[in-house]
Write a protein that binds this ligand. Structure first.
Ligand code: DAH
Length: 338
């Protein structure tokens, strides 16, 4: 029996030594230790060994198994290592790594966040309203008569239902006053929609920021001080700001605000950045009717409102010549704001 075990062991060790990969090594293992492996069968034969030899033969079998198992493990490590080395052979680890492109904030986002930051520090809270509006919130409650050009089908996107895409964020003024009592001090950044011809300064979707402050004794100097401060924080403390009389249906008096722009290589010029005014009492009356109370009684409260185009402000701030750059997502453009 000893010779038999010796030759099984020798054969197994030779097969292990010859194995060049994990698969042939596995074949060698099964051939000797598998269910029908040579050593397994030899071990089964121990029942025919005379009783007095059983212990010695058992020891020989165990010793052979230990040697073979050890050789298998050792060879497996070697085979794996060789496979790893082969896999790495084609890779030049001295090549530079691939650059990871990190994103950055969109200029509009940067500007909007700054505008919100300045106004929040002054006590304005964020408010919002739906982009799909009805005529009451977008026009009627804002003292805009039925024949006003802004309500025209040529200028406004209407749905068959009679609803519309809000043409300005001023509708949020109405929504806020319907749901809150004075004092109200809110800003509402958001999208507005108009059926404009698209060109370098117009898109059919653009971004506005609305503001509204209603309380007892809100005055025109409050409006001027607040907005002058706002534009100086945004564009620099030296910025000149002027209020030019204008007309809006929902404010009286109304103004357009200009800031003086000093673009490199150009003569300074005034550029319009916002509309504003003192809330028209007719608006408070519409709100009172809608609320069915006198919380916004025009005899008790006054207020100011303003609205500005954020796209426009971003264009001024960075000297962007074409508004379409803001929606094209061209990385070459956006990278400049990283
Ligand atoms: N809603 C106006 C527009 O879209 C902007 C505006 C002007 C808003 C005066 C106001 C305001 O709140 O008081 O052109």
């Amino acid at each position: 029996m000893k010779e038999q075990i010796d030759s099984i062991q020798a054969e197994a060790l030779a097969a292990i030594a010859a194995a060049a990969d994990e698969r042939s090594l596995d074949d060698a293992r099964v051939a000797v230790l598998g269910k029908k492996g040579t050593l397994t069968l030899a071990a089964a034969g121990i029942k025919d060994v005379p009783k007095e030899d059983k212990a010695a033969v058992g020891q020989l079998l165990n010793a052979a198994r230990t040697v073979i198992t050890g050789a298998l493990e050792e060879k497996q490590l070697a085979v794996r290592e060789a496979a790893d080395r082969a896999a790495l052979a084609g890779i030049d680890i001295t090549l530079p790594g691939r650059a990871v492109n990190t994103g950055s904030l969109h200029p509009l986002t940067i500007l909007r966040d700054q505008a919100i930051g300045i106004l929040r520090r002054m006590g304005f809270a964020l408010a919002e309203g739906p982009e799909i509006e009805d005529e009451f919130h977008c026009f009627d409650a804002l003292n805009t008569p039925a024949d006003h050009p802004a309500r025209n089908e040529k200028d406004t996107f209407y749905f068959d239902s009679g609803k519309l895409l809000r043409t300005h964020t001023s509708s949020v003024q109405v929504r806020t006053m319907e749901s809150q009592k004075p004092p109200v001090r809110i800003i509402a950044p958001g999208s507005a929609y108009r059926r404009d011809e698209i060109d370098a300064t117009h898109l059919s979707v653009f971004n506005q920021l609305e503001g509204l402050y209603v309380a007892e004794d809100v005055s025109l100097p409050d409006l001027k001080g607040t907005l002058e401060y706002f534009f100086r924080e945004l564009f620099g403390t030296e910025t000149e700001v002027r209020f030019r009389p204008h007309f809006f249906p929902f404010t009286e008096p109304s103004f357009e605000i200009d800031v003086k722009l000093h673009a490199k290589g150009q003569a300074p010029r005034w550029i319009e950045v916002a509309g504003c005014g003192m809330v028209d009492p007719a608006v408070f009356e519409a709100i009172s009717k809608s609320r069915k109370d006198d919380a916004f009684d025009p005899a008790k409260v006054t207020g100011f409102a303003f609205g500005m185009g954020l796209d426009r402000l971003a264009m001024i701030r960075w000297g962007i010549k074409d508004i379409r750059l803001l929606i094209e997502n061209d990385a070459r453009f956006l990278k400049q704001f990283a």
